[in-house]
Write a protein that binds this ligand. Structure first.
Ligand code: NAD
Ligand code: UD1
Length: 346
């Protein structure tokens, strides 16, 4: 059977690169587009060392209409798209809201505009649990209300889902929006992983960098939340589990198995883990002592968010499989490999 050709936007990024590996291993042919604003072309060699295949790569900014048109003209056989490309730093989005709206929404509009006319758009979209804001009830199910966004970044995800719903309802397009909770971890090979630029905002890379001495001390933001140990609770989902869900969602669209043309699913483990528990898990798994101190609450943090994953479990037949220990071990392996390689190159 002929392989489907899949367009992966943001495919050199953190989740995009892990999903690209899974897609290649599942037999798909890829065209990756990325402007490398938050990733490196070196990731392509990583994907090649794991899979034996170097995917086609086009460096471009998705906001550029002419270049996006060209992608589809030169690849009329693209069957579907997984759309990861976006700016994603919550704090930065407060400082540069227009940049976030421009980047995240124009990229999506160009994708929909230039997708070939001869077959309807099929798209898996990277959404976020941020669309639920500070939820009234836990765990958060897909029936939980969409709340006003806590940041311009979060708002781009809410608006993008609305654009996709409107588009799907007036065309023959098909879409699955995947609402990720907190993705962490790395490929078990240690060859690809999360590579934030500058000082990490997210917890896991801050922990691994602190353990290696790249950062001095981890600050735990807030110890007086209404949670079992006073620190915030999140649902940390392994990036490989997440990547596998994309392959399932893609196949659901390609095989026309959807119940409606616009579907959305929570992707998490269903378990809440506090910041302090995460620190302790890390110390147990890696036998590293972590320097940490308590600091004031971080603006915009919600006390507790974790997923009800019943819908994804039942309808997609997908379940998070990796243990937190395995996920942390992979993140640690990746961080050590990366730093070793970096020192080597200096
Ligand atoms: P990432 O920054 O590692 O990857 C995004 C990629 O998109 C980067 O390689 C970047 O260079 C590229 N990109 C950004 N704007 C572009 C543009 N205009 N044209 C072309 N390429 C562009 O981020 P990630 O963690 O892999 O996230 C992937 C997707 O998942 C994003 O849409 C993000 O909002 C969403 N998401 C991430 C998380 C998380 O915690 N990592 C949680 C929920 C949702
Ligand atoms: C946020 C966004 C999410 C987005 C993700 C990607 C919200 C509610 N969530 O997740 O939509 O997709 O970022 O960037 O906006 N922490 C520390 N010290 C640190 C770093 C983090 O204590 O140095 C704590 C935070 O306070 C939080 C937890 O660790 O309680 C997780 O933080 P983080 O990894 O930044 O993810 P979220 O804020 O949950």
């Amino acid at each position: 059977m002929k392989k489907h050709k899949i367009l992966v936007t943001g495919g050199t990024g953190y989740i995009g690169s892990h999903t690209s590996v899974e897609l290649i291993q599942a037999g798909y042919e890829l065209v990756i587009i990325d402007n490398l604003s938050n990733s490196s072309e070196k990731v392509l060699s990583g994907i090649e060392s794991i899979t034996g295949t170097k995917p086609e790569f086009i460096q471009l900014d998705m906001r550029d209409e002419a270049l996006m048109k060209q992608v589809f003209e030169s690849h009329p056989d693209i069957s579907a798209c997984i759309h990861f490309a976006a700016l994603k730093a919550v704090g930065e989005s407060h400082e540069k809201p227009l940049e976030y709206y421009d980047n995240n929404l124009k990229s999506l509009l160009n994708l929909l505009k230039f997708f070939p006319e001869h077959h309807p758009v099929k798209i898996v979209f990277s959404s976020s649990c941020t669309v639920y804001g500070n939820p009234d009830e836990l765990p958060v199910s897909e029936q939980s209300p969409i709340k006003p966004a806590m940041s311009p970044y979060g708002n781009t995800k809410r608006i993008a889902e609305e654009i996709l719903q409107d588009y799907v309802s007036s065309t023959k397009a098909a879409c699955i929006a995947l609402r990720y909770f907190n993705p962490i971890g790395a490929h078990p090979s240690g060859i690809i992983g999360e590579l934030p630029q500058g000082v990490p905002n997210n917890l896991m890379p801050f922990i691994t960098q602190t353990a290696l001495g790249v950062r001095e001390t981890l600050q735990i933001f807030g110890k007086d939340y209404d949670t079992p140990d006073g620190t915030c609770v999140r649902d940390y989902i392994d990036v490989l589990d997440l990547a596998k869900a994309h392959v399932i969602a893609l196949e659901r669209i390609l095989n026309k198995n959807q119940e409606t043309n616009y579907e959305f699913f929570n992707l998490g483990t269903g378990k809440g883990v506090s910041v302090l528990e995460m620190v302790n898990h890390f110390q147990d798994v890696t036998a590293q002592k972590l320097n940490y101190k308590f600091a004031p609450r971080r603006a915009g943090d919600v006390p507790s968010v974790y997923a009800d994953t019943t819908k994804a479990n039942q309808i997609l037949g997908w379940k998070a499989e990796k243990s937190i220990a395995e996920t942390i071990a992979n993140a640690w392996k990746w961080e050590m490999n990366y730093r070793k390689q970096e020192n080597h190159e200096k």
